[in-house]
Design a protein around this ligand. Sequence first.
Ligand code: NAD
Ligand code: AHE
Ligand code: ZN
Ligand code: ZN
Length: 374
Amino acid sequence: MTAQTIKSKAAVAWAVGEPLSMEIVDVMPPQKGEVRVKMIATGVCHTDAFTLSGDDPEGIFPCILGHEGGGIVESIGEGVTSVQVGDHVIPLYTPECGECKFCKSGKTNLCQKIRETQGKGLMPDGTTRFSKDGVDIFHYMGTSTFSEYTVLPEISLAKVNPEAPLEEVCLLGCGVTTGMGAVMNTAKVEEGATVAIFGMGGIGLSAVIGATMAKASRIIVIDINESKFELARKLGATDFINPKDYDKPIQDVIVELTDGGVDYSFECIGNVNVMRSALECCHKGWGESVVIGVAGAGQEISTRPFQLVTGRVWKGSAFGGVKGRSELPEYVERYMAGEFKLNDFITHTMGLEQVNDAFDLMHEGKSIRTVIHF
Ligand code: NAD
Ligand code: AHE
Ligand code: ZN
Ligand code: ZN
């Protein structure tokens, strides 16, 4: 039977800075090459709050936020062959078409096939599938997981093991994959290396998991909220630094502590001053710093070029360098095999109606991840 427009519960961001509003929206059937997914669960990531705050140059309203989901295929559009109704899927804000210059390069996970329309809050044909009383509502990051039903391009879905609990593996749709992948794929941290990780939210804590798996000899974690250190310790962090305890630049503290600096550092906050500290705490000659945090519109990073001339390397990482369709299912399998846990991260669960509370908990530093259950 051909799919019809359906009514869906959704948390709509009508305007910058306003609380999300619970609405019943219309969700059109999936068009050619698209898939409609019934969401089962979604995490709330700092990037959702970042876009809602107005700091995201690509923020476009009204929209339906959310990009860390897990769901089940409800219907498929014309020509869709790689998933079928009933498949369990994780939405991908970094799709994988397999045929664009980026996908073929073997050098990046940043598929560009639909990047332009995705950045404008639209499906690849330039239109939206969401509306309320005839008013169009934009997509977000190509995923819009804060809706009971959402529509995505086929290339933006990873098909995963149906045995995996979607209420947990949804976190692999962003945070956990991003942190682990940045350590393992982007930096390729090796056994015995020293590591500094700035920011102990979902991303930084996942980087701790990655560094522990890589058998780093020292994992130094830095946060201004010391309540985050307990879980960091449990996941394998060895040293804990609150910058507020020092009256000198934190990079100097780390350089002294590590006989010249760390081999690798990761910025998981989105603060350009911390990005500088993260670079400058790296060892002369070889230290590498990876920017993961997303900074607001108009902000820029700076350092003395001498820092780079003398061998430090500054890099960035999106979605942990992971190619979603071909590599994410393997992360799910590794989770199923018990290589890492996800429920440590889930400090709160709630219904979509409470999603604004999830943002409050994040801003108050009280949550790691809130998972919304539909
Ligand atoms: P979060 O809010 O859960 O965690 C941020 C942590 O940083 C908190 O523990 C906070 O106390 C700490 N912090 C804040 N200011 C600090 C400072 N000056 N010094 C030390 N610690 C400080 O956020 P999250 O969900 O873990 O996301 C972290 C960042 O990563 C955000 O900028 C987010 O947008 C970005 N992100 C990037 C990618 C990517 O692919 N590059 C993916 C996901 C998230
Ligand atoms: N739209 C913003 C940048 C936002 C951003 O950097 N997004 C990350 C993912 S954050 C997930 O929580 C990303 O992967 N970016 C790569 C991409 O292609 O968007 C801006 O500055 O315009
Ligand atoms: Zn995210
Ligand atoms: Zn591609």
